[in-house]
Ligand binder design. Structure first.
Ligand SMILES: [Ca+2]
Ligand SMILES: [Ca+2]
Ligand SMILES: [Ca+2]
Ligand SMILES: [Ca+2]
Length: 569
């Protein structure tokens, strides 16, 4: 018996090893033996193909006038030893158009289990759109004079500047720290113009901000910030883009060792009295930010971590936040500096139809918001016309997101009775051009959407530490073509006494298919257990049952559907 088992294991192992070959690796950039941050200048148009894994070394500059095209499903590994970093310079373009089934993945070149935030640099895109600085050099240790001229410079006068396409892309374990307080972010956008397409981007485990914008006015949709150490969304130097549908989720064990980890952080620039124009004025709408304390059970804020505010808006910023929820951070809002307060009072800075949940009161305050910086922040936030919720301390579960018990498979959709439901408003003129929703936050209620309308479905990965990327895009659970849950009409119908029912599952998991009579009493259980993703058929034999109307209900994680059938004897 033991021998048979051993033989079976050998066969299984052989099958597994022949199932997919390891993709060839190709080193691009300065080379794996080069000193850290050695520049490489791409001075031709290049395509990265999905049949090769690219190892990006040193500072890889796509030079002005040239393009880098990346096929869907391509994997690029940032090289740890050389601080691999991709810089799309001002005047260059990137065309990284992934798909829901085949996202483009930038990740660490370290093995599963050995990856860490900051293994490599990240992605920096620079453009020619306005900033409020003259010839700034992007943070993250770019070297002036690299390649041709000064490719770290960004910004200009073309607000419709087009840096290309960055869509269905993941960036994992970026944030290389070459000096204290000077790190590359997961995705850094400097002076990127509105002609650029950025959507469906997940940044996971960045060792600085997940997303940081320095000026520019590119719009971004469907962003995920996961497990970063500094801020989820950081805006500076006159960024004025529209961001809609964004989800942030913190790993409670990851925060900025030298700074303050906040949900939102925003400056006009480094000066509290800045009047540099254009003012930083992003418009965030339909965002769900979940801090480290995502459930009531979470141990609150280990002392070694530096989590602070849901949002720090300071140094003359005019950040806008609409129809959103920020929860799970220790504290609520901190609106700092006289200038920033002035912008809040004259409506340049607006927070409307937004829910904030926090569990602690900052020193010197009476509620969750920072009254040391602004003594009347509470009454401003609670202005009835603003429709904001959240002054008192409350626990994360009060927001009623569906299931945040697992960091690696979160379901951040609200339940039907959540305060986020039917509490959005899009009449504000600043929301012209945004998609209207009835809900606050990034997701509709569980009952209103099947798993396909969870826009994070399929292309995201909340467990990048343990993913094996050597064979290209992993296949298996959670991968493959996108499926909706579906319960078909039984056939034949009416029936006597035998009928068949088809159903489709979007993911492998626990599912039940039950039959009820017209009074609601359960008369049969056709399925109750784990079933695989895909199509299934079951038959139902109603011998011995009376003629009449019956109902059958399919129920699984995130979906429930019922249909009627008629037994006619
Ligand atoms: Ca940063
Ligand atoms: Ca930051
Ligand atoms: Ca910043
Ligand atoms: Ca910060």
């Amino acid at each position: 018996m033991k021998r048979l088992l051993a033989l079976a294991l050998v066969i299984v192992a052989a099958l597994a090893s022949t199932a997919s070959a390891v993709l060839p690796e190709k080193v691009v950039g300065a080379g794996t033996g080069a000193p850290v941050r050695t520049p490489y200048c791409q001075t031709f148009n290049r395509t990265f193909d999905a049949d090769t894994i690219y190892v990006m070394t040193g500072l890889y500059y796509v030079q002005p006038g040239f393009t880098l095209t990346i096929e869907p499903g391509t994997i690029i590994k940032g090289h740890k030893g050389t601080g691999g970093t991709l810089i799309v310079t001002r005047g260059a373009q990137i065309f990284a158009q992934g798909t829901q089934q085949k996202p483009i993945i930038f990740t660490s070149n370290q093995a599963p289990g050995g990856r860490a935030p900051g293994d490599w640099g990240g992605v920096i895109i620079l453009g020619d759109a306005p900033t409020n600085k003259v010839n700034p050099v992007i943070e993250g240790g770019l070297i002036a004079g690299d390649c041709l001229g000064n490719p770290g410079t960004y910004g200009g006068v073309d607000s419709s500047d087009d840096s290309g396409v960055f869509s269905y892309v993941r960036i994992e374990f970026a944030g290389y720290r070459f000096a204290l307080n000077n790190e590359v972010n997961g995705l850094t956008l400097g002076g990127v113009g509105a002609g650029t397409q950025i959507d469906h981007v997940q940044v996971s485990y960045s060792d600085d901000d997940s997303f940081e914008w320095f000026g520019g006015n590119v719009g971004c949709q469907y962003l995920v910030a996961f497990g970063g150490t500094d801020d989820e969304f950081d805006t500076d130097f006159g960024y004025r883009g529209k961001v809609q549908f964004a989800f942030g989720l913190r790993d409670p064990d990851q925060s900025d060792p030298t700074g303050q980890s906040n949900g939102y952080e925003s400056d006009n620039d480094g000066s509290a009295t800045s009047t540099a124009t254009p003012f930083t004025r992003p418009i965030f709408c339909n965002t769900t930010l979940v801090g480290p304390e995502r459930t009531n059970a979470e141990v609150p804020f280990p002392f070694t971590e530096t989590f602070q505010y849901s949002a720090v808006l300071r140094r003359s910023t005019q950040t806008n936040l609409f129809n959103s929820v920020v929860m799970g951070y220790p504290w609520g809002l901190s609106i700092r500096d006289a200038n920033t307060k002035t912008w809040a009072l004259d409506d340049s800075l607006q927070i409307r139809n937004t829910s904030v949940q926090a569990t602690l009161i900052p020193a010197g305050s009476t509620h969750i918001h920072d009254e040391t910086s602004w003594t009347t922040v509470d009454s401003w936030f609670s202005t009835p016309a603003f429709n904001n919720i959240g002054l008192a301390v409350r626990q994360p579960d009060v927001i009623q997101l569906n299931n945040l018990s697992s960091l690696t498979s979160p379901d951040p959709r609200p339940t039907g009775t959540s305060e986020l439901i039917a509490s959005a408003d899009f009449t504000n003129p600043r929301l012209a051009g945004f998609v209207s929703t009835t809900y606050r936050g990034a997701f509709p209620a569980v009952a209103d959407a099947d798993v396909n309308e969870l826009w994070t479905y399929y292309w995201t990965n909340f467990d990048p530490q343990n993913t094996d990327y050597n064979n290209g895009l992993p296949t298996g659970v959670g991968n493959g073509p996108s499926l909706k849950s579906n319960l078909s009409q039984n056939y034949p119908n009416p029936f006597n006494p035998q009928t068949s029912i088809d159903f489709t599952l979007p993911a492998t998991g626990q599912v039940s298919l039950e039959v009820f009579d017209a009074s609601g009493a359960r008369v049969a259980t056709l399925v109750n257990g784990v079933r695989t993703r895909g199509n299934h058929t079951v038959s139902f034999n109603a011998a011995g049952m009376a003629s009449g109307v019956y109902f059958y209900r399919l129920k699984g994680n995130g979906f429930s559907e019922m249909k009627k059938m008629v037994l006619l004897k």
